[in-house]
Design a protein around this ligand. Structure first.
Ligand SMILES: [Zn+2]
Length: 496
């Protein structure tokens, strides 16, 4: 191979590579209002409370930097609508009415601008500002019933020896149905700390979305439902009014689904600092504040090659105690694929192997089930809506008997049977997604709503969406460009 023939082609490849790279990576100047969110939720651990990342500005002592600072100060004094770039935040002020302030400080109305908890609630409209239907729950009395301590005390461990309370935060998500299948398979009760409107998923009580049936299914399957706030804000960093709203809106939405709301809560980022008044406020609202004593760190290890670290953390912790005297509260997140498809089954097997049994938080604290929720009888919720008469005329009601052999349809319903709640398309009762999902017969049991295929509205990790961090996006682009160059080089080498 002669070098003088090869060099021009190498140059050509280099130019091609640079062109390709520029096309797929527009310069910052080419980016419109929206910037990729600085933090892909949930990036902050429940175990290591952190606030939203704040931009640390270093003022260089150059004439340019001083001039920029002066311009910023002048602009900050103006109404934000007069800013050509519609910036928002502590320096810039609020967004125009009806628009959201993204975590990177830009006004807009896209899902990325408005999704909570990234969206800045003090500088624009956010998903956090949505309100569930129905009367507010603020009027409902909240006596401290039972023996389990309420706020300001935080609860970090169980009291019944030999029990393990698996808890899952931030859902429901696209993975929650499969997690319920798995828990059914192992007959393992768990506790779900539910967030009402986080991560662009829409409201949990929006009946066009799949969340409400999943929450109903949790209840029917014997799991415990608890609150993880309305939009996953840091309760130590918001005002007392905002904190109350965070709890009451989630109460209203859960009430709309199951007719009651929980007495158990876990603060997002495990952040409910005494100084902020959060712990007292939770007590005043009638909540048990639940933390944990095993952190799986699953949010850090949501990758097939990393999830072993979470398994090791769990195994190591569980092995350190004796089930005759010890019990545990474990934190995980059903927002993560590896938690649902990998880690949870491992935990369930380890629990059994070491002689423990899985339970809900309420059970591991010996709190009677009636104490887990406060009933709101004022709002009928969607159950009664389903029963509203059809405009086409009254539907013929066929009296149904509970299935005795696992078959369903026509005169037999799965509701109340020992074979599962849902009637599949092939007329068999069960609780799995196969039974409750596509083809499920609504007249003969319970069915979940199919998840919409609207990308990151319900999946923080949809491929191709900007839910991924910018760094990962660049990595993919660089990888593609490098592969293209390598391919061209191989072609040239063969040709030479
Ligand atoms: Zn959370």
């Amino acid at each position: 191979m002669r070098l003088d023939r090869f060099l021009p082609l190498v140059l050509l490849i280099g130019i091609t590579h640079c062109f390709f790279f520029e096309v797929v990576n527009p310069s910052p100047a080419g980016i419109a209002l929206e910037q990729p969110e600085a933090s892909t939720w949930p990036v902050q651990p429940e175990s290591a409370p952190q606030g939203q990342s704040e931009a640390v500005s270093t003022i260089e002592e150059s004439a340019t930097a001083v001039l920029e600072a002066q311009i910023e100060n002048i602009q900050a004094r103006h109404d934000v609508t007069q800013n050509l770039d519609y910036k928002c935040g502590p320096k810039w002020g609020k967004c125009p009415m009806g628009t959201c302030c993204s975590s990177s400080g830009y006004c807009g109305t896209s899902k990325l601008h408005c999704r909570s908890p990234d969206c800045l609630i003090d500088f624009g409209t956010c998903d956090a500002h949505r309100v569930p239907k129905g009367p507010p729950t603020s009027e409902i009395l909240r006596p401290h019933i039972g023996q389990v301590p309420y706020g300001p005390q935080e609860i970090r461990s169980c009291t019944v020896p030999g029990t393990v309370a698996l808890t899952f935060d931030d859902g429901p998500t696209r993975y929650t149905g499969e997690l319920l299948d798995l828990l059914d398979k192992y007959e393992a009760p768990a506790t779900f700390f539910i967030t009402g409107v986080n991560n662009g998923k829409g409201q949990i009580d929006d009946l066009s979305l799949p969340w409400a049936p999943l929450i109903e299914r949790m209840l029917l399957s014997g799991h415990q439902i608890a609150s993880h706030t309305w939009s996953h804000e840091d309760l130590s960093k918001i005002s007392p009014t905002q904190r109350r709203e965070q709890m009451e809106k989630n109460e209203g939405a859960l009430r709309n689904i199951i007719g009651s709301f929980p007495t158990y809560m876990r603060p997002p980022y495990s952040s409910c600092l005494a100084d902020s008044g959060c712990r007292e406020a939770m007590g005043d609202m009638g909540y048990h504040i639940i933390l944990y004593d095993i952190d799986t760190d699953d949010w850090k290890n949501d990758n097939p090659s990393l999830i072993q670290r979470s398994k090791d953390l769990f195994d190591h912790a569980l092995s350190s105690g004796n089930p005759a005297t010890k019990s545990w509260i474990v934190i995980g997140h059903d927002a993560h694929e590896q938690t649902v498809h990998n880690l949870t089954e491992h935990m369930l097997r380890t629990i059994s192997r070491l002689g423990y049994r899985p339970v809900t938080i309420g059970d591991c604290l010996q709190d009677p089930r009636d104490n887990w929720y406060r009933i709101d009888n004022r709002w009928p919720g969607h159950k009664n809506k389903k029963n509203t008469p059809n405009k086409k005329g009254p539907k013929k009601v066929v009296p149904q008997q509970v299935s005795v052999d696992g078959t369903c349809g026509a005169n037999y319903t799965c509701l109340g049977s020992r074979f599962g709640l849902c009637c599949s398309s092939v007329h068999l009762c069960g609780n799995s997604t196969l039974h409750c999902g596509v083809g499920c017969l609504r007249d003969s049991g319970y069915c979940t709503v199919e998840a919409p295929s609207n990308g990151d509205a319900w999946d923080p990790k949809s491929p191709g969406r900007s839910g991924k961090s910018e760094g990962e996006s660049e990595f993919r682009t660089v990888g593609t460009a490098a592969a293209t160059s390598l391919f061209l080089a191989l072609v040239v080498a063969v040709w030479m």
